[in-house]
Design a protein around this ligand. Structure first.
Ligand SMILES: [Zn+2]
Length: 391
């Protein structure tokens, strides 16, 4: 039997279980304690009622919340797109580049270089409180390069997504149908053993609704579960296709019709909002308020990638969501923890309730609200993952 540790003197504990706490979705407990045994939470409640344990940790009046669940990132890549960002933000047009720049650099990189880069950004995210992350392929776009990206990612997370359908490979620019056949055929066969999810960028200039449907359906037949890059740059069929195919998540959701919102409200597909992308491209914000008021489950994630959203910081995304997407601080914190877990169809993370993994973020603040109240301040003081202090 592993030893037990009580963490006491927590000013505000976010459990994400209304029944455990104050009845709100965050399940808040003031002057709280958490008991960890092995890699799991075994008890959470008021400090005065904590059971006896082997060890004791004093949280010194900090807030403790579940480690962030970053359910959307693109971290298997090489190269840099500083110039593209600089040109965009300086009001100059920049035509070369885009995803293709990263594809060329990623193909040219060694396995060791890709893994070192991935590890670098994972460590950066962990220090900022992220204890679970999803990541994707999508910068290889050949059978070998997509499969190796997934193999590398799978050494670091269970939440691995095959995104051969990120854009039509430059090698097939004149024949998109042949590329879709590759993505749903030989490439899928090589990638499926290394992934849990299949994703497609359903957008003008990437893949249309029929192509996206064919890609996701082929993935499902191979045991992969769908998620969709949907309605980011324009209105389109992505969101409704995601709901129809019971995708775990429709990601971006920046341009939505009433029918799109109704579809999300009627199904169990989570709307994952990625405000780092709108920030970094000076684009229109997704309307989180409209989704929440319609009863849609909303997740918040970084979309960390070298082109359109090069942030690994979930706290930054929380601050943007509160300031610019009209989310209440409680809603944004829920979406970055329990919402991310829902977008990965997980119930063992994103909450601090008995049986869940002991993934915890300690803030140098008495309340989770400070994540939005004090934007840009590195408030995450300590991180535990699976019951072990890691940062
Ligand atoms: Zn993305």
């Amino acid at each position: 039997m592993s030893s037990s540790t009580v963490i006491t003197n927590i000013a505000t504990l976010v459990t994400n279980d209304p029944a455990l706490g104050d009845g709100s979705p965050l399940g808040l407990i003031q002057d709280a304690a958490v008991v960890v045994e092995g890699d799991r939470v075994v008890w959470a409640g008021e400090s005065g009622q904590a059971p006896a344990t082997d060890h004791r940790v004093d949280a010194a009046g900090r807030a403790v919340l579940p480690g962030f669940v970053d359910s959307h990132s693109h971290l298997v890549f090489a190269g840099d797109r500083t110039q593209e960002f600089n040109a965009r933000m300086s009001g100059r047009s920049y035509t070369a580049g885009g995803i293709r720049t990263t594809v060329a650099a990623t193909r040219a990189a060694t396995d060791a270089e890709l893994e070192a880069n991935l590890t670098h950004y994972l460590t950066e995210a962990l220090r900022q409180g992220t204890t679970t992350f999803e990541t994707k392929s999508g910068y290889g776009l050949t059978v070998e390069d997509e499969a190796r990206a997934l193999r590398i990612a799978a050494r670091h997370t269970d939440e691995v997504t095959y995104l051969g359908a990120h854009i039509v490979s430059p090698d097939h620019a004149d024949d998109p149908a042949a590329y879709v056949a590759l993505v749903t055929g030989e490439m899928l066969d090589a990638c499926a053993p290394h992934a849990r999810w299949i994703d497609v960028f359903c957008e003008k200039g990437a893949f249309d609704g029929d192509q996206a449907r064919a890609i996701l359906t082929a993935g499902k037949a191979k045991g992969l579960h769908p998620r969709v890059h949907a309605n980011q740059l324009s209105y389109g069929p992505g969101v409704q296709l995601a709901v129809e195919l019971d995708a775990a998540s429709a990601d971006h959701c920046t341009h939505l019709t009433d029918a799109d919102v109704d579809a999300l409200a009627s199904g169990r597909t989570v709307a994952t909002l990625l405000p780092g992308a709108e920030f970094s491209t000076r684009a229109e914000w997704p309307d989180a308020r409209r989704l929440l008021d319609a009863g849609v489950t909303v997740a918040l994630s970084t979309d960390c990638n070298p082109g359109s959203s090069f942030t690994s910081s979930v706290p930054f995304c929380i601050a943007l969501a509160v300031r610019d997407m009209r989310m209440a601080p409680d809603e944004a914190v829920w979406s970055a923890t329990a919402g991310g877990a829902a977008a990965l169809r997980r119930t063992d993370i994103g909450r601090l309730t008995p049986g869940a993994y002991a993934d915890l973020a300690f803030l140098d603040a008495p309340s989770h609200v400070h994540l939005a109240y004090r934007p840009g301040v590195p408030l995450v003081r300590e991180v535990w993952r699976r019951g072990v202090r890691v940062a």
